[in-house]
Ligand binder design. Structure first.
Ligand code: ATP
Length: 412
């Protein structure tokens, strides 16, 4: 009998609702894949994955109705996603068989029975199903034995050639669970990597796998393993990741979830030699790509510019051009910059009691620039606070005259 007691209340409720609704609709739902693996390991699950041999659409709509949720359909995967507030996502799929005509290409999909559906999966520990009506376990590939022996094992010798993304999935899953890759599986993985199997998949799919690895709590170990196995060469050419730098990033993003983890991990992987070409397929916006390249290539130069800055004002100017990600790496890797970074943090929240309409000039960008310049001057002690207003007036006047002169030049 499977023990659902490790599931959260919401997950248990979702399973019970699926079971009750399926009984009413006279269909047989199986809990499959990740959640079964996690339940058998006594871990909490993320999503609820259900497979049925028929009537997936009827079941999905009836479940959505019961919980007041929405249904989204993914016809290419014969899947429905049911979502509702306070509920885990419930995926309801028709059991399917898959055929890989060309290695690395997406498979052709046809409906099948539960066994077909389990045999198309990536690893034995992900190929176990629980019948929610009679609680019977279906484990045609001995996934339970592998769970006990803590092994990640593929189901057949062509698995990595059919779908090389399983190389990344296998390493990610083994690291997350603290499992080993079963020796024959490891040999097949090696062979697939050495024979260039990863070149048969698109860069976009590889980046998708990389981002999933970066979302894991132990991303540093996973990325180090990807690099060690040569699974990143297809994107970045031969280079070796620096585990200690990846670990620094892991600590930074764990402590501060607002930082862009994808940018930081990528810059760590490309340390010292990043170019926009390395980011092809990542979908990074120009701004994020610039951030990656800057952190990877210019951290040293940036630190030099800081230590060479002639005054605190110049130093603040340098720091203002840095992204929060760059600043975080700088703080973690260059402890001697710590006092400067601390001052910069103070500067960011420092304010002076001066508003735009305190300055007697027509409105325009010269006003906000002058106020910002005055804020710098007060903060760094260049002027005493009581002179802020007259200083701002003079500076704004200067900027205004300059902009007028530039305007005249353009007109003439
Ligand atoms: P988690 O969501 O906790 O990372 P999961 O096992 O649920 O784990 P998903 O990516 O949601 O992972 O995949 C759901 C299931 O689909 C997996 O358990 C596995 O059985 C199957 N699966 C996913 N990707 C593949 C693949 N590339 N090849 C074969 N089966 C796959």
């Amino acid at each position: 009998m499977i023990d659902f007691s490790h599931l959260s209340n919401a997950h248990r409720r979702a399973v019970e609702i699926v079971r009750d609704v399926a009984r009413e609709e006279n269909c047989r739902p199986y809990l499959v894949g990740g959640p079964v693996r996690d339940v058998l390991l006594g871990r909490s699950a993320v999503d609820i994955d259900i497979t049925v041999e028929r009537d997936s659409s009827t079941l999905a709509r009836a479940v959505a109705k019961r919980i007041g949720g929405r249904v989204k359909s993914f016809p290419q995967f014969l899947t429905y996603k049911v979502t509702a507030d306070q509920m885990p996502e419930i995926d309801i799929a028709t059991a399917r068989k898959e055929k890989y005509r060309t290695p690395g290409a997406l498979p052709s999909v046809a409906s099948g029975n539960l066994r077909d559906d389990l045999l198309r999966r990536d690893f034995s520990i992900n190929a176990i199903a629980v019948d929610l009506i009679d609680a019977e376990l279906h484990d045609p590939t001995h996934g339970q034995r592998d769970l006990e022996n803590r092994l990640v094992r593929v189901l057949h010798d062509r698995s990595f050639a059919d779908d090389p993304t399983r190389i990344y999935r296998g390493i990610r899953l083994a690291t997350r669970l603290g499992f080993a890759i079963e020796p024959q599986t490891a040999a097949l993985m090696r062979k697939a990597i050495d024979s260039g199997a990863l070149e048969s998949i698109s860069k976009e799919r590889i980046w998708h796998e990389l981002f999933m690895a970066m979302d894991e709590s132990d991303a540093a170990t996973i990325l180090t393993a990807f690099s060690r196995e040569g699974a990143l060469d297809v994107l970045f050419g031969r280079r070796t990741a620096d585990p200690s730098l990846l670990e620094i990033v892991r600590r930074l993003v764990t402590a501060n979830p607002e930082l862009d983890a994808y940018v930081l991990y990528t810059s760590a992987l490309l340390r010292g030699d990043a170019s926009p070409i390395d980011l092809e397929g990542s979908g990074f916006s120009q701004k994020r790509a610039r951030n990656v390249v800057q952190i990877a290539n210019e951290l040293g130069r940036f630190a030099d510019a800081l230590s060479e800055a002639k005054s605190e004002r110049h130093r603040l100017r340098v720091l203002k051009h840095a992204s929060p990600e760059l600043l975080s790496v700088l703080a973690a890797t260059q402890p001697e910059e710590q006092p400067h970074l601390e001052r910069f943090r103070e500067f960011k929240t420092f304010s002076i009691p001066l508003r735009g309409n305190d300055i007697e000039l027509p409105p325009g960008p010269h006003i906000s620039r002058a106020i910002e310049r005055t804020r710098e001057a007060v903060f760094t002690g260049e002027i005493p606070p009581e002179e802020a207003r007259s200083f701002a007036q003079q500076i704004a006047q200067k900027y205004f005259e300059r902009s007028q002169a530039a305007g005249h030049r353009i007109e003439n």
